[in-house]
Write a protein that binds this ligand. Structure first.
Ligand SMILES: [Zn+2]
Length: 167
């Protein structure tokens, strides 16, 4: 997602992407750490209130807030759940994000926007997609239960229905 003019090349090959301003590599570099430095160094620097790390995370929050505000303006979602690195940085991101969202989201005067920390420990997007697909599959037995009268009341293994993990 494009957020601003930039010179750092994103992993997608473009410049100006959110990741190149607020991704882990960008935050580490702005904090003065190499990209292969353990992420714990960043958290230690934040715990010590080191200016460079604090500014790096504040800058990331600013760009993340810009991107999220655009997303909320388009998709009108009431809740944002931070996962991954952003979940670990939640205490540093929540207030700046809420401030940015209240300024930039068109409906913020009438509808509260929640910023929450993911309770998942990892891969919440994949788990969420899988969960949604599984519940949809279970909720619609007509998709997987044999409808025609047959000796078998189930699909033979060679005729297993496929499930699409999408809306
Ligand atoms: Zn990109």
């Amino acid at each position: 997602m494009y957020v601003a003019e930039g010179t750092n090349v994103c992993s997608c090959g473009n410049t100006g992407c959110l990741e190149s301003f607020a991704g882990q590599n960008a935050i580490m570099a702005a904090s003065g750490f190499s990209q292969d430095s353990p992420i714990g160094n960043l958290f230690a620097a934040l715990m010590r209130n080191e200016t460079r790390a604090s500014k790096a995370v504040a800058s990331a929050a600013d760009y993340l807030g810009l991107a999220l505000a655009d997303f909320v303006n388009i998709c009108d979602v009431p809740t944002i759940v931070l996962d991954g690195l952003y979940s670990k940085l939640f205490e540093y991101l929540k207030e700046p994000l809420l401030l940015k969202l209240s300024k930039r989201v068109l409906s913020s005067k009438w509808a509260k926007i929640n910023v929450l920390k993911s309770i998942s420990t990892s891969n919440s997007v994949a788990f969420g997609a899988a969960w949604k697909g599984i519940t949809k599959f279970i909720d619609t037995p007509s998709r997987w239960k044999k409808q025609i009268k047959n000796k078998l009341n189930y699909y033979p293994i060679t005729d297993t229905p496929s499930v699409t993990l999408s809306e």
